[in-house]
Ligand binder design. Structure first.
Ligand code: NAD
Length: 353
């Protein structure tokens, strides 16, 4: 048994009584959350096989994985989830019992400029992975298997000032990114309903922490501030996001892999809503602890820029289901998590100077 942690006895549609995790395919493991998940597996003393399939797009950073490579039973495969023959070969070679599917194009702004690759990776890629999993597992009569799909709260669209997204909130995506994620969620659900493929889905709020590409708000603001560049804030900065420390997202995924009921979807969030401008101001306030500049200097770099088209006003997650069913709770507060995050990026920026 490669996994550790508590086990519950549940019977899924493919006869799962006790979830074993021994041979895992992680897609997109060189990206932000995927790399953190691989570090999390190491932290959990995971002793099973881990294969990381990643196309190494601009968002990937392979050096974030150097620490884990020799410590896990690990194989890196440079390739795409859209590549059917590669997937079939990998399944034959590795006989996966668990898929943890992170690989995606993930940046909303890029999806507005060029949506095609989002459909290719997020929709077509998820389809190929589902199809290969279904065919391989059926052919080999494998029953103790799970396909876990990582998704986003952005599939639900925008909230007004009040209310929360629950697992029952209708999908109403605004951007090509969130529409492509919604499409992939629907495919995953359809493979469960039509072929009884054992699947689970998590829809998570905005993550922050180490290893994120500097195109995203928090690392972008830290990087630009450190380099003395402008700190761009969309519109008036009043859009609200519900921030979750990335390791808390990883622990939620881990609980779902071990203990969830097949076919379930879980909303994951930290109950931690911040206006974008408040996040930027907090970073400006904390940065002087790690640098030789003042809060006022950093604040003077803030620049309000033309709002993103179709910019959702507010996201907020109701995570009651995962808390009650799986006993998951986030460990990090925003105050502690953001300090660790700033320290990580400032150290990286100093190393690269
Ligand atoms: P990321 O952009 O940092 O990383 C994506 C990874 O996928 C990269 O390593 C990239 O090389 C890889 N990839 C892209 N196309 C591929 C392909 N065709 N084949 C194989 N690998 C490919 O993304 P992230 O922020 O780590 O997000 C991971 C997942 O979590 C995504 O599915 C995203 O939708 C979801 N998600 C992200 C957040 C967030 O705040 N970042 C929140 C909720 C859900």
């Amino acid at each position: 048994m490669g996994s550790s942690g508590k086990k519950k006895s549940r019977v899924g549609d493919w006869g799962i009584k006790l979830r074993k995790i021994e041979r895992v395919l992680v897609t997109g493991g060189a990206g932000f959350i995927g790399a953190n998940f691989l570090h999390y597996l190491l932290k959990k003393n995971f002793s099973g096989r881990v294969v990381n399939l990643d196309a190494l797009t601009y968002a990937a950073e392979i050096k974030n994985l150097s620490f884990i490579e020799s410590k896990l039973d690990y194989r890196f495969v440079h390739g795409s989830i859209v590549d059917k023959s590669l997937l079939e070969k990998l399944f034959e070679e590795e006989k996966f019992d668990t898929i943890v599917h992170f690989a995606a194009e993930s940046h909303v702004d890029n999806s507005i400029l060029g949506p095609g690759i989002f459909i290719e990776t997020n929709v077509q890629g998820t389809f190929q992975l589902l199809e290969t999993s279904k065919n391989f597992w059926k052919k080999n009569h494998m029953t103790e298997v799970l396909f876990h799909h990582i998704s986003t709260d952005e599939v639900y669209g925008s909230l007004g000032k009040h209310g929360y997204f629950t697992e029952k909130t209708p999908y109403d995506p605004s951007s090509p990114y969130s529409a492509s994620k919604a499409a992939s969620d629907h495919l995953v659900k359809a493979y469960h309903k039509t072929y009884q493929l054992p699947v689970t889905i998590s829809n998570c709020s905005n993550n922050y922490g180490q290893f994120q590409n500097a195109e995203k708000l928090i690392p972008l603001i830290i990087k630009n501030a450190f380099l003395g560049k402008k700190l761009p804030v969309y519109g008036q900065g009043v859009n609200i996001r519900d921030w979750l420390y990335v390791e808390d997202h990883c622990s939620a995924i881990w609980e779902i892999l071990l203990n969830s009921k097949v076919g379930e979807c879980y909303n994951v969030g930290g109950n931690n809503e911040w206006k974008n401008i408040d996040v930027v101001n907090l970073i400006c306030k904390l940065l002087p602890e790690y640098t030789d500049k003042t809060k006022e200097y950093y604040e003077s770099l803030i620049e309000f820029v033309t709002d993103r088209p179709g910019h959702d006003l507010r996201y907020a997650i109701d995570a009651t289901k995962i808390k009650e069913e799986l006993g998951w709770l986030p460990k990090e507060t925003f105050e502690t998590g953001i300090k660790k995050t700033i320290e990580f990026y400032v150290n990286r920026l100093k190393e690269n100077k």
